[in-house]
Design a protein around this ligand. Structure first.
Ligand SMILES: [Fe+2]
Ligand SMILES: [Fe+2]
Length: 363
């Protein structure tokens, strides 16, 4: 039976009692331990023993605290807002893995993992334009003109780009009917990023029932996350906006391979690991390396389910959550604004415009 010990503020303890479906118990009889981290000082008092799984619940917004917490190698890190589904799934799966009540044996997992990684290695190449657009993120930005020419030559692509730039989010009142005009009004970067999102769409054309979604919805989630990343990065000023966009667009790409191997819901990375021994962040690393994506972008993507000290990774972590939980947009924007030391009100207002865009989430 799973029982949870919680050490931290009264307020957080109540939050856990309310969200957990497992009972809270004392330190000795609990099977899972949760420690709240409210400051850098708290970390010094915690020892992660290997006798019971330990979760750290971090309520302070400080990148140094995140990396110190990670260095303790806990079994999981949690952040507010606590989501009932996700929290219980993570606790349960961690419990099962720790006390080895896993469905598959270690050998099964090793064989499966090898198959999954081989399939990721053999992912079809990106369309030529997409490949060039991705290389632009890391290489010489001066090549952009050449890419624009290619986007214009691809009639299907440019008409889709034009449809998107005419959405209310971009705030242009008159109809934009040419790519040149779109670039003039919105900038080269916006246009090439939209083109990139559109060229990756076909990779999501699959049945994603085990992820409780559809290919179209998963692509939209990726596209929306990319746009949220773009907004956050552009307010910060020092983060490469195109890199942030690419992070958002590709963060769940590992799912397109894993989906063929899961047999029940892959609600969290923990449930993926429990079923097949590997999560979608790890699979993404293989695909993205294959596609020539820069290592620092791959690193941010591989961290996207657990807040880490990297700025780009933090942007992606919160952008993903904002798209999943628009009802928590204020709290999530406040967190990332504090972490990056950017203006919270400006961020909320920009993100709200994005979320309210009629194309956002329903294209
Ligand atoms: Fe993900
Ligand atoms: Fe996601």
């Amino acid at each position: 039976l799973i029982t949870v010990y919680f050490e931290g503020s009264k307020e957080s303890k109540e939050k856990f009692e309310e969200t957990l479906k497992f009972p809270i118990s004392d330190l000795v009889s609990a099977s899972i331990l949760v420690y709240e981290i409210n400051s850098g000082e708290d970390i010094k008092n915690i020892s992660v023993s290997k006798k019971k799984p330990v979760f750290l619940y971090i309520t302070v917004k400080d990148r140094e605290v995140f990396s110190n917490a990670k260095a303790l190698k806990p079994d999981g890190i949690l952040f507010p807002p606590l989501k009932r589904d996700i929290l219980n799934d993570r606790i349960e799966n961690t419990y099962n893995t720790f006390y080895s009540k896993s469905d598959n044996t270690f050998q099964d997992h090793e064989a499966l993992k090898a198959k999954i990684l081989a399939k990721a290695e053999n992912i079809p190449p990106l369309p030529a334009i997409a490949k060039e657009l991705i290389l632009l993120t890391t290489n010489d930005k001066a090549d952009t003109k050449d890419i624009i020419k290619k986007i214009k030559q691809d009639q299907g692509l440019s008409s889709k780009v034009l449809k998107l730039v005419n959405s209310p989010f971009y705030g242009v009142r008159k109809d934009i009917s040419s790519i040149d005009r779109a670039i003039l009004l919105l900038g080269m970067s916006t246009i090439k990023n939209l083109a990139l999102a559109l060229t990756t769409r076909s990779f999501f054309a699959k049945d994603f029932a085990v992820y409780n979604t559809t290919g179209e919805k998963l692509w939209l989630h990726s596209f929306n996350t990319a746009r949220i990343c773009e907004v956050i990065a552009s307010l910060e000023g020092n983060i490469d906006v195109d890199a942030a966009y690419l992070c958002g667009l590709m963060h769940d790409i590992g799912k397109i391979i894993l989906v063929d191997f899961l047999n029940s819901n892959g609600k969290t990375p923990e449930s993926e690991k429990k079923q097949v021994g590997i999560d979608h962040q790890k699979v993404a690393e293989v695909i993205l390396r294959k596609w020539g994506v820069a290592e620092y972008i791959i690193k941010a993507i591989s961290d996207h389910h657990e807040l880490s000290s990297g700025k780009l990774a933090s942007v992606l972590y919160f952008a993903n959550l904002i798209d999943h939980y628009p009802e928590d947009v204020n709290m999530l924007c406040e967190s990332i604004a504090q972490i990056l030391k950017i203006n919270h009100f400006k961020l909320v207002s920009k993100i709200n415009t994005l979320i309210k865009d009629e194309n956002f989430g329903s294209m």
